[in-house]
Structure formats: C-alpha cells, structure tokens
Design a protein around this ligand. Structure first.
Ligand SMILES: [Zn+2]
Length: 79
C-alpha cells in the first residue's frame, strides 16, 4: 500500500487517518508487550481492549482508503 495519488486531498486525508491508526496500534501493542513482561494483569487487560479497538480502526481506515482509491480512474502503468 502507498499513496498513489499524492495530489488528491481525500487520498491524503484517508492515508493520514490510516497512518495514525497504524501508529496507535503499534504503540499500544508495544505497551501490551511490556505489561505482559512485567506481569501487570490489569494493564494487560486494558491494553488488550485498546489494541483490539485500534486494530478495528486501522482495518476500517485501510478499507476506506482502498475504497476511495477505486474511485480514481485506472491509468495504464507507464515506465
Ligand atoms: Zn483520492
């Protein structure tokens, strides 16, 4: 995946949303691993929930981006 239409504002907006969601998930996943290492049960439970929400957000942002991308006319690849 990547930004195929850097000139399209909607692409930029949706891509930013997706990037933010990915960043959020990576951050939460890192915190979850630390909490697991430290055996912090309460934190682990909270972080698992937050990470699940972040994954859903990431996936829906990715789906919205891809769906939007299909609205652009397909051009033949030029070398
Ligand atoms: Zn676009």
């Amino acid at each position: 995946m990547g930004l195929k239409r850097p000139d399209c504002q909607e692409c930029q907006r949706l891509w930013q949303e997706y990037s933010d969601a990915v960043f959020d998930y990576v951050r939460l996943d890192g915190q979850l691993k630390m909490a697991l290492l430290r055996d912090e049960e309460d934190a682990v439970e909270e972080l698992r929930k937050s990470a699940a929400v972040a994954v859903a957000r990431r996936d829906s942002a990715q789906a919205r981006f891809r769906e939007h991308e299909t609205t652009h006319p397909v051009r033949a690849a030029t070398a």
